[in-house]
Design a binder for this molecule. Structure first.
Ligand SMILES: [Zn+2]
Length: 435
């Protein structure tokens, strides 16, 4: 995934002190390596980047919600998501993060951007999530999602938790875990909070994550209260800049795309979540054609990055009714180098290149029925590879999984912690009975 998108057959990658020091055809001349991984017959590629997720939502998986079935996205929020968020404790945040990190690693994701929402678990919750990220060895950009849905004070409280955490990380000179600012959605906050977050993000030089035009309610709210479309309003408050990652952008028109491009803001596309919530299809190919960086997210739904790549690939074809709409390479870029661009990390991550951080995964396409060659490898990845095919995962030169065996976490123990926490949460929500 370097500038020329080179694919090297029979090559080698050498890593020293967490960084890639050589990428070449044939074996690297490195002297005496401490460790050698034989990847013959396998695919060595950059770790996947999940540009937008909510780790805590793994606890919604399979939940037998006793609710009137929602008829649209707004009702999904009101009936399913918000009650769960309100019930979340800091321990739930930790347990859900722990199992999500495990799942990410096992399926080939090495960096994610997460926002947590939970009005009753604010102060200190990012330390809990960070400790799960640290234990697993994955890379994470994490934040608390500020909202003013109930009161103005809670917007400030959530933002202050981000500020506290960012200052703490700066003091500790943390590398693998980073902080950012996060706003729920424009329909849930005032212009004052936008300005406050803009000032803080510029001061601390970190990213801002916000849901934008995901459902129609977001569009209508901004019209009704401000007489503007969502992106227009974000721009008018001064929030929109190159450090802003807009999640979704399903309902954006050409004028809004021009604003996004002009400000250098980025988009995180979440195809599977958009399909699940039936909100529509983001005009991704239009975004790419005007030069907007688009990364791929899971929005807390399906954590296997390869499934999300395939969904993005197929969805654009269906939406545009054109099998040529998107190439396998364009889909793969969103999950690697473009994802790095979203968070200003394109010089550090997103490709296997000399000097970059060694975030590398190895795929074992053992059952591939057709020849695996440099000209066929991207097609294999996008059309056929699953998270289950991930064999080895390396982050910053540390081997987190080798030959499908986790090196940093005791899988059974993580599952136990998650199940215990989720069971309590589900009981609290009245979804299951106490045993
Ligand atoms: Zn989201």
């Amino acid at each position: 995934m370097d500038r020329d998108r080179r694919i090297i057959a029979d090559g080698s990658v050498a890593v020293d002190d967490g960084r890639i020091v050589s990428v070449k055809r044939g074996l690297a001349r490195t002297g005496k390596p401490e460790d050698v991984i034989d990847a013959r017959g396998k695919i060595v590629m950059p770790g996947l980047i999940c540009s937008h997720t909510h780790l805590y939502r793994v606890f919604l998986r399979g939940a037998p919600l006793k609710i009137e079935p929602p008829t649209d996205f707004s009702q999904i929020l009101q009936r399913a998501r918000w009650p769960m968020e309100e019930a979340m404790t800091k321990e739930d945040a930790y347990a859900s993060a722990l199992i999500s990190c495990l799942e990410f690693i096992k399926t080939g994701t090495t960096l994610f951007a997460d926002t947590f929402a939970g009005p009753n678990a604010v102060l200190g919750v990012l330390d809990k999530i960070a400790s799960a990220v640290e234990q697993s060895g994955i890379r994470g950009i994490i934040a608390f999602e500020a909202t003013e849905r109930r009161t103005h004070a809670e917007g400030a409280r959530g933002t202050k938790e981000n500020e506290r955490f960012i200052r703490k990380l700066k003091k500790e000179r943390a590398r693998r875990v980073q902080g950012m600012f996060s706003i729920c959605a424009s329909s849930a906050v005032s212009d004052e909070l936008f300005r406050y977050v803009r000032e803080l993000a510029s001061r601390y030089k970190v990213s801002v994550s916000i849901h934008a035009s995901e459902g129609l309610a977001d569009v209508y709210h901004n019209y009704e209260h401000y007489g503007k479309r969502a992106i227009e309003r974000l721009n008018d408050t001064g929030l929109l800049a190159s450090d802003v990652v807009l999640a979704h952008c399903v309902h954006v028109n050409d004028d809004e795309l021009a604003i996004i491009k002009k400000r250098g803001a980025k988009v995180a596309h979440n195809p599977m979540s958009n399909m699940l919530n039936a909100v529509g299809v983001a005009p991704v190919m239009k975004m790419l054609s005007v030069g907007i960086s688009v990364g791929l997210g899971n929005d807390g739904y399906v954590f296997d990055g390869f499934e999300n790549i395939r969904a993005a690939y197929l969805l654009q074809k269906v939406a545009l009714r054109d099998p040529r709409a998107i190439s396998p390479m364009e889909a793969l870029e969103m999950a690697t180098i473009r994802g790095a661009e979203l968070y200003g990390l394109q010089n550090e991550l997103g490709s296997i290149e000399r000097g970059k951080l060694a975030d590398i995964i190895i795929i074992d396409p053992a059952l591939a029925p057709t020849p695996l060659r440099s000209e066929s490898v991207v097609g294999h990845i996008v059309n056929a590879v699953d998270g289950d095919d991930v064999d080895t995962v390396i982050v910053g030169g540390n081997v987190l999984m080798r030959d499908r065996k986790m090196q940093t976490m005791e899988e059974a123990e993580v599952v136990k912690v998650a199940r215990k926490s989720a069971e309590k949460l589900w009981q609290k929500l009245g979804l299951i009975r106490r045993r």
